[in-house]
Design a protein around this ligand. Sequence first.
Ligand SMILES: [Zn+2]
Length: 47
Amino acid sequence: MTKKIKTVKCDGGDKDLGHPHVYLSVSKEQKAVCPYCGKIFELKDKD
Ligand SMILES: [Zn+2]
C-alpha cells in the first residue's frame, strides 16, 4: 500500500481577504486544516 500525501496550498481563497501562502500536507487518512482561515482540505479518493 502506498500512502498518498498531497500538498495543498492555501492563501485564503478569495481575492483580497487572503493570507500568506501556506502549504499543507493532506493524506487520505488525515485532513489538513489551514491555520489561518480554518479551511479544511481532504483528499477525495475515488477507487
Ligand atoms: Zn487558508
